[in-house]
Structures are given as structure tokens and as C-alpha cells.
Design a protein around this ligand. Structure first.
Ligand code: MG
Length: 219
């Protein structure tokens, strides 16, 4: 699949949305530790609603329900073809490309709730962009996060506890992955708060830089 058709699948403004956004928690040991958690024995999965998607330069809106919203820079995997119950090698071949993603999280609500649908699911809590890049080696990928130009996070895909092909395989055994579906592969250490007026950037070399301003939601 060409970059452009994958990008079309993921263009929220054009009404194209993935059928699901599957996220992986605690996939970098250092990030799990900073929140007082161990790395899980099996991938820890949760979902973000497609309604949370925004694109480059769109505003992340801080909801009134939360007093602590944090950035989580992540390597996004875009599924290129239908995958159901596949082994890691076939899963890897079904990856259409990679995209910068920000798993924006209401940390206070995440700690309060047993399930994370609220903390992870507000509108604008899933910025992605600036494009889908294909032809990259997954184990060369690096992701970093800057807030107002200052680097806050840096991680390599090779530091993930569950590598990308294994994650895609694992998820495909639970739910059929459709073209355009997104997987957010976990965030490295260094997560922190966003406040009104910030500009948050997620960069993956070879993919580009996703930049979003931060504002306040109007009730
Ligand atoms: Mg995350």
C-alpha cells in the first residue's frame, strides 16, 4: 500500500478513521518504573476511541475533569492489510508503515479509575502525524518528545519489552486488525504534564515531527 492511501485512511478531517486504536501500556521498563509499575508478563492492552484522533497542528484540549494531563510520545504502527491470528513474521509483513503518535493521558483519572477508557479517551487525546512512512526497519526506530522545544522523552524501539512484530502478532490473535488500524506501542520514560499554551512535539527520524498546541476545552 502506498503512503498516500494509508494517509487517507488516517485522515480524520476527511472522515476516514481506523476501526480501532490499540495501545500497549508499560512496554518500556524505565517508564513502567517511573509510575511505580512492573513490566507485565504479557502485553497490557487498552483501546483509545477513534474520536480522540487529531492531526498535526490541531489543538490538544485539556478537559475540565482533569488536573493532570500528560504527553506520551509513541511509535504508531499503521496496519496495511487484514491480520487475524498471524505469527510475528507475517504480522511484520502486514505493517503498512509508521507514524508519530501521542497517547495523551489524564494521569489523575487513570490513577483513580480501574479501567482507562476515560483517562485515555477524551476528544483530542490521540494526535497522529505528520505522515505514514513505510519501508523503515522497525528496530531502527527512535522516538522523542519535546515540550516547548525542550526534550522530555527519548526511546528506541529495541528497548521495548515486547518488540513490534510480536505485539502485532499478539493483538491479531485477540482482534482482527483491519487496514488503517493503529497500534500505539508504549511510551519511554520521561512523561510529564501539559499546560495551556504548551507546544508538544513527537519526532521519529524518517517519519517526521508531529506538533500540537495545547489549549483548554470549553465546557
Ligand atoms: Mg501510552
Amino acid at each position: 500500500m502506498q503512503d498516500s492511501s494509508l494517509s487517507q485512511l488516517l485522515a480524520p478531517a476527511a472522515g476516514h478513521r481506523p476501526s480501532k486504536i490499540v495501545c500497549v501500556g508499560r512496554n518500556y521498563a524505565a517508564h513502567a518504573a517511573e509510575l511505580g509499575n512492573a513490566v507485565p508478563a504479557e502485553p497490557l492492552l487498552f483501546l483509545k476511541p477513534p474520536s480522540a484522533l487529531i492531526g498535526p497542528d490541531e489543538m490538544v484540549l485539556l478537559p475540565a475533569e482533569s488536573t493532570r494531563v500528560e504527553y506520551e510520545a509513541e511509535i504508531g504502527v499503521v496496519i496495511g492489510r487484514r491480520l487475524h491470528g498471524v505469527a510475528a513474521e507475517e504480522a511484520f509483513e502486514g505493517i503498512g508503515g509508521y507514524i508519530c503518535a501521542n497517547d495523551v493521558t489524564a494521569r489523575d483519572l487513570q490513577k483513580r479509575d480501574a479501567q482507562w477508557g476515560r483517562a485515555k479517551g477524551f476528544d483530542t487525546f490521540c494526535p497522529i502525524g505528520p505522515r505514514v512512512a513505510s519501508g523503515l526497519a522497525w528496530d531502527d526506530l527512535e522516538v522523542c518528545c519535546r515540550v516547548n522545544g525542550v526534550e522530555r522523552q527519548y526511546g528506541r524501539a529495541t528497548e521495548m519489552h515486547f518488540p513490534i512484530p510480536d505485539l502485532v502478532s499478539y493483538i491479531s490473535r485477540i482482534m482482527t486488525l483491519e487496514p488503517g488500524d493503529l497500534i500505539l506501542t508504549g511510551t519511554p520514560a520521561g512523561t510529564g504534564p501539559l499546560v495551556e499554551g504548551d507546544v508538544v512535539e513527537v519526532e521519529i527520524a524518517g517519519v517526521g515531527t508531529l506538533r500540537n498546541p495545547v489549549g483548554r476545552a470549553t465546557p
